[in-house]
Design a protein around this ligand. Structure first.
Ligand code: NDP
Ligand code: OXD
Length: 306
């Protein structure tokens, strides 16, 4: 069995060593133009050339949960596209989102600023019932985040494409449930995949429907937020702030107004990192299952785009 590895943002050697240990006997190499035919590819944002030169791949494994970088590529219909299915990301996402929400609700950012100035003052406690959290996307990550927020006794809503049920979460779905979801949400957490349906979804109209003093936590993809509309709603005071981990252009360009906006907290696409050991174990397990002719979880539905 031959496996190609492609990623231009991580050093390949530890990945190759990990796959060699997990799949003894497999021939694993970094993809280079002209590489001999392989059975599987493990990729992050590969070039079209890799796909074109490898028409016989049984499966392409994405080393992330989001497959938006793969969707524009022309991929033979018989090649399975498989995304990461948690692989240690959901717990990271839960801690990141809970931290962002609690920091905002408990005004820890303001306390930090006060203490840095030598200012020992108290703020009036805020009632968590006044901060209903709406999680967009009730998949692997969104469901874990919704459950984590419930532990802190926030009212939690969820919104998905098709109807879902999560105990204790007010679940709404589809276009028909969207406005009701937004109107009942004060802290909006975006965990949707980037697809033609979700691109530019968070604009003036939709963000404007959040409760007054709303807050956005975007940990999905920057392309879902219309940057200028978010800035306008922050400046007009309808939104109290946002924590953004993802951006339309990454790295965020130096001249982008997000860098300097006082109501924004930014991180460099780090809310849920791909963990090498967990990822190798998951992909190796799926390769073994496919070789035995068994189905695997996380196969991308190309019609839906996720
Ligand atoms: P899943 O595929 O498990 O879940 C996606 C959820 O979004 C599902 O509930 C789905 O609905 C819902 N959804 C999709 N399209 C729509 C739509 N048009 N309207 C309403 N709901 C929709 O994905 P994951 O939870 O694993 O990951 C979610 C995203 O998180 C990834 O695609 C990626 O972009 C992002 N991500 C970001 C990371 C970071 O570090 N910032 C790390 C990892 C992922 P339904 O249940 O009906 O199918
Ligand atoms: C992912 C990501 O999609 O890291 O996994 O953004």
């Amino acid at each position: 069995m031959r496996i190609l590895y492609h990623a231009n943002i991580t050093k390949p050697e530890p990945w190759l060593a990990g796959f060699r240990a997990a799949l003894p006997g497999a021939d694993i190499a970094v993809w280079e133009p002209g590489a001999p035919p392989a059975d599987y590819a493990v990729v992050w944002a590969p070039p079209q050339q890799l796909i074109d030169e490898q028409p016989g791949l049984k499966a392409i494994f994405n080393t992330g949960a989001g497959v938006d970088a793969l969707m524009p590529l022309r991929i033979p219909p018989n090649t399975l596209l498989v995304r990461l299915d948690d692989a240690g990301m959901s717990v990271q996402m839960a801690e990141y989102v809970c931290h962002a929400v609690i920091r905002h609700v408990r005004e820890l950012d303001l306390y930090e600023a006060d203490m840095r100035q030598g200012n020992w003052t108290f703020r009036k406690p805020r009632d968590r019932r006044d901060f209903p959290c709406g999680v967009m996307g009730l998949g692997v990550l969104g469901t874990r985040v919704a459950r984590a927020l419930q532990h802190f006794e926030f009212p939690v809503l969820g919104w998905s494409r098709t109807p879902r049920q999560v105990e204790g979460v007010r679940c709404l779905s589809g276009a028909g449930g969207f406005d009701e979801f937004l109107a009942a949400t004060r802290v909006l957490v975006c965990l949707l995949p980037l697809t033609p349906d979700t691109r530019d979804l968070l604009d003036r109209r939709t963000l404007g429907k959040l409760m007054k003093g709303g807050y956005l936590v975007n940990v999905a993809r920057g392309g879902q937020v219309v940057d200028q509309d978010l800035l306008a709603l922050l400046d007009e005071g309808h939104l109290a702030g946002a924590t953004l981990d993802v951006f339309r252009d990454e790295p965020l360009p130096p001249e982008h107004p997000f860098w300097r906006h006082p109501k924004l907290t930014l991180t460099p696409h780090t809310s849920a990192r791909t963990l090498r050991d967990e990822t190798i174990a998951q992909i190796a397990g799926k390769i073994r299952a496919l070789e035995r002719g068994e189905p695997v979880a996380g196969v991308v539905d190309r019609e839906r785009g996720y």
